[in-house]
Design a protein around this ligand. Structure first.
Ligand code: ARG
Length: 591
C-alpha cells in the first residue's frame, strides 16, 4: 500500500467543490473504487458491502472480507492483507488503514471531512442536504383524513404528523409532492347521522358545537340500531338516498361537512398542516360507476349473499365492491381515487398513511387495482405506510363508546404544560406564549415521530416534555444554545477567513461526519417512508453538539479557534433547524 499526497490540497478542494457544484467526497465510493481495482470485482457491489462500524475505534468505514471468501476461495484475513497491499490511498482523505480479523478498517482524515462538509454547507446554507441532482418524480401522499361528524382523534394526529413530515422531506429532496386529505365524508355512518338528526335534531345544539353534538347523536342512533334492526335498515337507505342525490339528505350532509371542517381547521392551524387537495371520499361518488364497469368486464366481480365482491383467493378476504342495497363502499371509493390520481397526477409513488388497522383494506384495494387496466407504473407505486396505535394512559378511545379526548384540548394542554415548565426555568423570557406553543407542539410532534412508526406509541406528558430526554424540546434547547453562542459572540465569521484545521477535536469530527450523512439520512427516510430516521438523527446531532459545547471553549479562545468553533456552531444550528422544520416542528430563538 502506498499513500499519495496532493499538493495544494486546500485550493484544489475549493475548485473541485465549485466545479462539481457541491457534491461531497463519497468516501464509500472512493474506498470501493480502490478495492475494485485491487480485486477486479464490481465496484457497486463492493460498495454495498461497506459498513460503518458502531465502535469508532474500529475506523469510520469497514470492509468485511468474508463477503468475498467464497468468490476468491481464500480466508478473509488473507484477502484483507492482499487487498491492503494493493490499495493506493490518498492520505488527504484516508489517514490510516488497518486489518482486524477479516475486516479492513479505514480511518478517514478528519480534517478533510470537516473541510469538505463545511464548504458544502457554506454553499448551500439553509438548503443543506438538498441533492445536487434533479428528481423528476411525483409522489402523492394521502394523510390525515379525519371523518366528518366524528372527532379528530389521536390516530388522525399520527397520520397528520407522519404524512406531513414525509411530505416536507420529499419536497425538500426535489420531488413533485402532492398532499391529499382524503376526508371521510361519505359512507353508511352518514346514513346513521341523517337518521338521528331527523329524529332528534332539535334537541341538540349542532351549530354551536358540531362535533360534540353530532357525536352524541351518533352514539344515540347506534344504540337504537343495536336494539332495532329496522332502524339500521333505515340508516343504510339514507346513505343510498344520499348517493342518489336526495335533496334533504344532501343538504344535511353538506352542513355537517362544513361544520366539521371548521372544527378540523382549528387543529390544522395549531399544527401548521397544509394540503394541496381536500378531495374526500364523496368526491368519488360519480367516479365509481366506471370502476364497477371495468371490474364487471374482467368477469371477476361476483355476487355473494347479495353483495358484489371480488374474490382474492385463499389468503386475502374478498373485497366488497357493492353492498346488498347497491350502495358503494370505502374500497370502491379508494379504487376510484387510484384511477383519478393516476390520471390527474401521473404519480410515481402513491402513499397512504393510516394505522395498521387498515392493512387488510389496502392489501385488498391494491390487489383489485391491478384489474383496472392501469399501467403497472401506477399499481407498483401504491404503498401503504402503516403506523402503530397511540395508547393514552387512560386507555383506548372510541367514538361509539363516547370516551373521547378532543385533540384540540390535547394540543392546548401540551402548550400550557410547556408554558408552566418555561415559567419555572426562565421566568423573564419574552414571548413566553409563542415559545410555549412551539415547545408544546414540537414535543407532541417529535414524540409521534421518535420511534419506528409501526410501533405502538404511549402518550406520556412527562416523557415527551423532558428537556433532557430524547425529545423535541431537547433538540429545540440545543438549537437555542447555538443561537445564544452566536449572539454572545455577536457575529458569524465567513468561511473563507477560517482556518478549519482548528477543528481538530473529536467532537468536531463527529459533528462533521453527522452533517456529512444528512442528505443520505433524508433519502433513507423517504426510501423507508420513516420520519423517525430523521428524528433519531436530530437527537444524535444535538448530543454531539452538546458534547462539543461541554468539551470546548468556544468564545474567548484565540480568535482563530473561536471563529472555527463559531462557524461549526452556526452550521449545527442551521441543520437542526432544517431537520426540525422538515418534521413540522418550529424552532424558538430562545427558551
Ligand atoms: N378516513 C379514514 C379513517 O379515518 C382514513 C382514510 C385513509 N385514506 C384512504 N385513501 N383510504 O380511517
Amino acid at each position: 500500500m502506498y499513500y499519495t499526497k496532493v499538493i495544494k490540497y486546500d485550493k484544489m478542494q475549493k475548485v473541485l467543490a465549485k466545479g462539481m457544484k457541491f457534491s461531497m467526497i463519497n468516501f464509500k465510493s472512493v474506498i470501493a473504487e480502490q478495492i475494485a481495482k485491487a480485486t477486479n470485482l464490481n465496484k457497486d457491489e463492493l460498495e454495498s458491502y461497506i459498513e460503518i462500524p458502531k465502535d469508532v475505534s474500529m475506523g469510520d468505514y469497514a470492509f468485511p472480507c468474508f463477503r468475498l471468501a467464497k468468490e476468491l476461495k481464500k480466508a478473509p484475513p488473507i484477502i484483507a492483507n492482499e487487498i491492503k497491499d494493493k490499495l493506493e490511498i490518498d492520505e488527504n482523505f484516508i489517514e490510516k488503514v488497518e486489518i482486524v480479523g477479516g475486516y479492513i478498517n479505514f480511518y478517514i482524515n478528519s480534517i478533510s471531512v470537516v473541510q469538505d462538509v463545511l464548504e458544502r454547507f457554506d454553499i448551500q446554507k439553509e438548503n443543506f442536504g438538498k441533492p445536487n441532482e434533479t428528481i423528476n418524480k411525483t409522489v402523492v401522499i394521502d394523510y390525515s383524513a379525519p371523518n366528518i361528524a366524528k372527532p379528530f382523534h389521536i390516530g388522525h394526529l399520527r397520520s397528520t404528523v407522519i404524512g406531513g413530515a414525509l411530505y416536507n422531506i420529499y419536497k425538500f429532496l426535489g420531488y413533485n409532492t402532492i398532499g391529499i386529505n382524503h376526508l371521510g365524508d361519505y359512507g353508511t355512518q352518514f346514513g346513521k347521522l341523517i337518521e338521528g338528526y331527523k329524529r332528534w335534531g332539535n334537541e341538540y345544539k349542532v351549530e354551536e358545537n358540531p362535533i360534540d353534538e353530532l357525536t352524541k347523536i351518533y352514539i344515540r342512533i347506534n344504540e337504537l340500531c343495536k336494539e332495532d334492526e329496522s332502524v339500521l335498515e333505515e340508516c343504510r337507505n339514507n346513505f343510498k338516498k344520499l348517493e342518489d342525490g336526495d335533496k334533504y339528505c344532501v343538504e344535511i350532509w353538506t352542513r355537517f361537512r362544513e361544520l366539521s371542517l371548521k372544527e378540523f381547521q382549528k387543529v390544522y392551524d395549531i399544527l401548521g398542516s397544509k394540503f394541496d387537495s381536500w378531495n374526500g371520499e364523496a368526491f368519488y361518488s360519480d367516479k365509481m360507476g366506471e370502476i364497477v364497469e371495468i371490474l364487471e368486464k374482467t368477469g371477476r366481480l361476483v355476487e355473494s349473499e347479495g353483495a358484489r365482491i371480488i374474490d382474492l383467493g385463499e389468503n386475502i378476504a374478498p373485497c366488497i365492491i357493492g353492498k346488498t342495497n347497491g350502495s358503494t363502499t370505502y374500497a370502491t371509493r379508494d379504487l376510484a381515487a387510484i384511477m383519478y390520481r393516476a390520471r390527474t397526477y401521473d404519480f410515481d409513488k402513491a402513499l397512504y398513511v393510516t394505522s395498521y388497522e387498515q392493512n387488510l383494506h389496502f392489501k385488498q384495494v391494491f390487489e383489485v387495482a391491478k384489474l383496472l387496466g392501469l399501467d403497472t407504473k401506477y399499481t407498483d407505486g401504491l404503498e401503504h405506510v402503516p403506523f402503530g396505535m397511540v395508547r393514552l394512559k387512560e386507555g383506548k378511545m372510541s367514538t361509539r363508546e363516547g370516551n373521547i379526548i378532543k385533540l384540540e384540548d390535547l394540543l392546548n394542554e401540551a402548550i400550557s404544560r410547556a408554558l408552566k415548565i418555561i415559567e419555572e426555568k426562565n421566568p423573564d423570557l419574552e414571548n413566553k406564549e409563542d415559545v410555549a406553543k412551539k415547545v408544546g407542539i414540537g414535543a407532541v410532534i417529535f414524540n409521534d415521530l421518535s420511534n419506528n412508526r409501526i410501533k405502538d406509541e404511549v402518550f406520556d406528558w412527562d416523557v415527551m416534555l423532558n428537556f433532557q430526554g430524547e425529545t423535541g424540546p431537547y433538540v429545540q434547547y440545543i438549537y437555542v444554545r447555538t443561537k445564544s453562542v452566536i449572539e454572545k459572540a455577536g457575529y458569524v465569521p465567513e468561511l473563507k477567513d477560517i482556518d478549519l484545521t482548528n477543528l481538530n477535536d473529536n467532537d468536531s469530527f463527529t459533528i462533521s461526519k453527522l452533517m456529512y450523512e444528512f442528505e443520505s439520512i433524508l433519502k433513507e427516510a423517504t426510501l423507508k417512508n420513516e420520519p423517525s430516521i430523521l428524528s433519531r438523527y436530530l437527537i444524535d446531532l444535538s448530543q454531539a453538539y452538546s458534547s462539543f459545547y461541554n468539551n470546548n471553549k468556544i468564545i474567548g479562545e484565540d480568535k482563530k479557534v473561536q471563529d472555527a468553533r463559531l462557524y461549526l456552531t452556526y452550521a449545527v444550528g442551521t441543520v437542526l433547524k432544517i431537520g426540525a422544520n422538515l418534521l413540522g416542528i418550529q424552532m424558538p430563538d430562545r427558551m
